[in-house]
Design a protein. Structure first.
Length: 167
């Protein structure tokens, strides 16, 4: 048990370092996305559906709807954008565009990066600690079985010796 606890404690800084690396990587990607993506406002050209039922009978809160927006150079563009269900034609929705004017997801935020780093570190440590615990339990059971078998053999020998002395 002491070995498992010691290894678990030694893994903590390793997992924290891994979480920091993930955070830094995602933060860097978010900064790059922030440099190459631009926020715009799209005007819906049609009504968004009231509710959409998916294959598994789940409802979604957004749908892709035809809309129009202005590119950073001022020219008009049209296409599909994600809009909340129930919005009417003419409603405005915020969208993000890449440098080529395509609709893309919003840049990754520092909060997203921090959440990914923390989750990686926490789940990584919990997973490894759980595996170490399972290994420790398995080894403990294996050693107990060997010990019980040795005791059983010892008692059988002792019984034979006692029976020889008493007869």
């Amino acid at each position: 048990m002491v070995v498992v606890l010691s290894i678990g404690l030694l893994l903590l800084p390793i997992m924290l370092t891994l979480g920091s690396v993930i955070y830094a990587d995602i933060s860097e990607k978010g900064q790059e996305q922030g440099r190459t993506r631009h926020e715009a406002v799209a005007v819906l050209a049609e009504d968004a559906p009231d509710a959409v039922v998916t294959v598994h009978d789940n409802t979604t809160s957004t749908s892709k709807v035809s809309a129009e927006w202005r590119l950073p150079n001022g020219t008009a563009a049209t296409g599909l954008v994600r809009a909340d269900n129930g919005l009417k034609a003419g409603a405005k929705v915020d969208i993000w565009l890449d440098d080529e004017g395509r609709v893309v997801e919003a840049p990754v935020t520092s909060t997203d990066a921090a959440a990914a780093g923390v989750m990686t570190a926490a789940f990584g440590w919990v997973t490894v600690a759980g595996l170490l615990t399972l290994a420790q339990v398995g080894i403990h059971r294996l050693l107990n079985r060997r010990r019980y078998r040795a005791w059983s053999l010892e008692w059988e020998r002792a019984e034979r010796d006692w029976n020889k002395r008493n007869h």
